[in-house]
Design a protein around this ligand. Sequence first.
Ligand code: SF4
Length: 231
Amino acid sequence: MVSGKDAGVASTTPVAADAERLRITEIFHSIQGEADAIGWRTVFVRLTGCPLRCVWCDTEYSFYGGNWHAIDDILAEVASHGARHVCVTGGEPLAQKRCLILLRKLCDAGYEVSLETSGALDVSAVDPRVRKVMDLKAPDSGESRRNLWSNLDHLLPHDQVKIVIASRADYEWARAMLAEHALAARCMVLFSPVHGAVEPRELAEWIIADKLDVRFQMQLHKLLWNDAAGH
Ligand code: SF4
């Protein structure tokens, strides 16, 4: 998931007045660095908390802390940036049930909305207007037992499955899942190398050699800003 360490917005709604609140690590305005909305100016809403602990996680700062914000305040902060694309990310955003309300309200407001989710939590209630970018966790993540395979039945053609690959063994697992679950027939499938673990060129050459129907991707924001704060 995308990195950045901006402090985000301050809530202005009294606690008792609005039960529709979410714990937020940051809200920031940047360029989408991955998936099919890559390159678009995007507002990122990063929710706090994740029940997983992927070995290569690059957003551990979102596990704890954060601040409570009324969903309407979040919408106002998003609107202030004047972007058409909004990405709800984490952590694992679906770990907070009210994330579903935020997603629906963002869609109602006319944004192009994407959701970055681990694949470990049920996605069936996500608004169908949202483009889900759903991970399948490969073995080297340390969390592949958490994959909720029933989620595959809730993917729509505009969604994406992302597999982050840290080794040749991960690649072979991903290739096997691609075939076993006919992933490419469901939606776009993204293979992404773990920064510093697999040479991007090596992964690209494996995909070419095996003629896989997947989309290779590197994280644009890492190339542009090397994971600097607020991006
Ligand atoms: S699911 Fe995402 S946020 Fe959670 S530990 Fe894995 S990479 Fe990090």
